[in-house]
Design a protein around this ligand. Structure first.
Ligand SMILES: Nc1nc2c(c(=O)[nH]1)N[C@H]1C(S)=C(S)[C@@H](COP(=O)(O)O)O[C@H]1N2
Ligand SMILES: [Mo]
Length: 263
């Protein structure tokens, strides 16, 4: 991970210079933090806080990740992490080609709802060709088709006190002696409502393969691969991440990765 942190700091310095001509609230506190003399230092005293604030201040909420052309797709999306879950409830769904699948949306919403795959496919679709960057050191350009998460959230009517979207997944991850825990992830509502954040059911013009998260996985194009939960069982709107896993906001975060995996 250290390589990524250094890259982000480099980015910060460059972006900070570029942005100095435009009014940017909070910039002083930020510079003060970098020189080590600011009272907000404690608040920002983690690489994670630094990168999160940097991205949020210097990159607009709606800034798009680069999109590519069909000719730039060189190979299928390389499967990584869980690629064939063996959890009983998942196997039962897979047997029926996911006919009985329903995406549950609950938590801090006015109207808890669930959607079948057909219902999701009948909502307005978005297709995007983007690059997936995995911390393990590989990237892949692929085409993704799905429904914008914001549309699904609007159906459920997010309550004002909600701050995060938690993705609950079907696949359990083996942690050796500590047993198996389900994969989960979380993002804030800025990324959740970003136009390129989609619940994808299609990959490279085919139904999403099991290896890449069938029947439904999220694409969060401005963050690293581990944020993009596959095999989504349900979505929960929450005000705090403390109750889930070890409280760090995701399976890999609980093991030490940063919560904000911005690229
Ligand atoms: N449910 C679930 N989601 C997951 C993972 C996983 O193991 N389980 N691995 C993550 C990681 S580290 C990466 S790089 C991407 C891989 O997605 P892909 O298999 O489509 O390449 O999924 C992410 N989402
Ligand atoms: Mo990854």
């Amino acid at each position: 991970m250290s390589k990524f942190i250094i890259n982000r700091r480099k980015f910060l310095t460059i972006a900070g210079v570029a942005a100095s001509a435009v009014p940017l609230s909070g910039c002083d506190a930020f510079d003060g933090f970098l020189s080590g003399q600011s009272p907000v230092r404690d608040f920002l005293a983690s690489a994670n806080g630094l990168t999160y604030r940097a991205h949020r201040m210097l990159i607009g909420a709606d800034t798009l990740a680069p999109e590519f052309s069909t000719s730039e797709i060189r190979q299928g999306q390389r499967p990584n992490g869980s690629t064939d879950p063996v959890d009983a409830d998942y196997l039962a769904l897979k047997e029926t080609a996911f006919a009985g699948y329903r995406l549950a949306v609950g938590g801090l919403v006015e109207k808890p709802v669930s959607f079948s795959l057909d219902e999701l496919r009948n909502m307005p679709a978005r297709t995007q060709i983007t690059r997936h960057d995995c911390v393990e050191g590989w990237s892949c350009i692929a085409k993704w088709t799905g429904v914008q998460l914001s549309r699904v959230l609007d159906e459920a009517k997010v309550k004002p006190e909600a701050r995060f979207v938690v993705f609950h997944c079907y696949d359990s991850m083996n942690l050796g002696l500590s047993g198996a825990v389900p994969y989960y992830e979380s993002i804030d509502l800025i990324d959740a409502r970003h136009p390129q954040t989609i619940l994808a059911y299609g990959n490279n013009d085919q139904a999403l393969p099991v290896a890449n998260g069938a029947p439904l996985r999220v694409r969060i194009e401005r963050q690293l691969g581990y944020k993009m939960a596959k095999y989504i069982k349900g979505i929960e709107l929450v005000s705090t991440l403390a109750p889930f896993g070890s409280g760090k906001g995701g399976f890999w975060e609980d093991l030490g990765y940063e919560w904000y995996g911005g690229i």
